[in-house]
Design a protein around this ligand. Structure first.
Ligand code: HEC
Ligand code: HEC
Length: 268
């Protein structure tokens, strides 16, 4: 699958820090180039171009807010059968519902743009996350990406990292993407690693599950559920360092993983 918007990453050229600095420089140089530079999402030019295509070709039936066709809300990403960006290409180029939605012959940049506009939630200044193929994403999750080595899904896998069984309901595509691309920015307080020293001089490393004023519950590094009364602790530290490092997977692979994570909606 090769789309014009999928740019190759230049992993070897930039360390994450340098890339970050480069982005900051671009930010001061002008907002537009920032989006262009980021290789995991659609460009702001594509989103803007897509808004024009949408108004001319799609709004007649789907309405300016994308919600006038029954059961579909394009702005909120609620479709009937479509899930991935590939699926959207298929619907737009092939039509739907026995011709009630006609097939469109769009230039590649128009097609790319209108999908970007939909993924950006109809916000021309928004961020459009590319959503790839869940089947390939699952294979990456269990194979090359080594995600299954840490994460548990539907009762399978270790408990030391957050359980992802319902992550597709809990998080937006943008957060899911960022947990791979920019983990430091998306580290949620509840997911921070903890280090506890008890009065009996036991040091426990783990992942916090729950906390109230007096107690804290965690999964320790041996996957045991532990509960501590805070009064009995000598020290209780939260790490601000994410376990995740920014991924070295390609932008296409990240899109596929986002596509897979979005399908994780618990056992239904
Ligand atoms: C003539 C009316 C019409 C126009 C114009 C139109 N659509 Fe549709 N579209 C529909 C109808 C009707 C459906 C619902 C199909 C169904 O019931 O399964 C639909 C469904 C869809 C779906 C969901 C498909 C699925 O199976 O999940 C998407 C996405 C979509 N349209 C995007 C677009 C885009 C983008 C454009 C502009 C390029 C567009 N449509 C133009 C009538 C239209
Ligand atoms: C070495 C263990 C490890 C590996 C490998 C790993 N993760 Fe994680 N992941 C964690 C931990 C721990 C967290 C909690 C946040 C943190 O510390 O970074 C986390 C957080 C997450 C979150 C955010 C969860 C939330 O509550 O929002 C997602 C999504 C995620 N990981 C997906 C993945 C994917 C996809 C892969 C494979 C590409 C992967 N992880 C590989 C340990 C791991």
């Amino acid at each position: 699958m090769t789309y014009p918007h999928k740019k190759q990453r230049h992993k070897s050229l930039f360390s994450p820090l340098l890339r970050h600095l480069a982005c900051l420089l671009l930010l001061t140089a002008g907002g537009q180039s920032l989006a262009q530079e980021s290789d995991h999402q659609y460009t702001s030019e594509a989103i803007l171009a897509g808004s024009r295509v949408y108004v001319q070709q799609c709004a007649l039936c789907h309405g300016p807010q994308g919600e006038t066709v029954d059961g579909i809300n394009l702005r909120l990403g609620q479709f009937r059968t479509a899930r991935t960006d590939d699926d959207l290409v298929g619907v737009i180029s092939g039509g739907a519902a026995g011709g009630r939605m006609p097939a469109f012959t769009l230039r590649p940049e128009e097609l790319n743009g209108v999908i970007a506009y939909i993924r950006a939630g109809f916000d021309p200044s928004g961020v459009a996350i590319s959503i790839g193929d869940p089947t390939r994403g699952k294979a990456l999750f269990e194979g090359k990406g080594d995600c299954a080595g840490c994460h548990r899904i539907n009762g399978k896998g270790p408990r030391t990292a957050p359980d992802l069984s319902e992550i597709g309901i809990l998080r937006t595509p943008a957060i899911l993407q960022n947990s791979m691309v920019d983990p430091a920015a998306t580290l949620l307080p509840i997911n921070r690693a903890v280090r506890i020293v008890t009065r009996r001089e036991e040091t426990v490393f783990g992942r916090r599950l729950n906390e109230d004023t007096y107690t804290v519950q965690l999964i320790d590094s041996n996957e045991q559920l532990r509960s501590f009364v805070k009064e009995d602790l000598v020290s209780y530290e939260l790490s601000s360092e994410p376990v995740h490092q920014p991924t070295t997977l390609s932008s296409e692979e990240v899109a596929d993983l986002v596509g897979y994570l979005l399908t994780l909606r618990g056992l239904q």
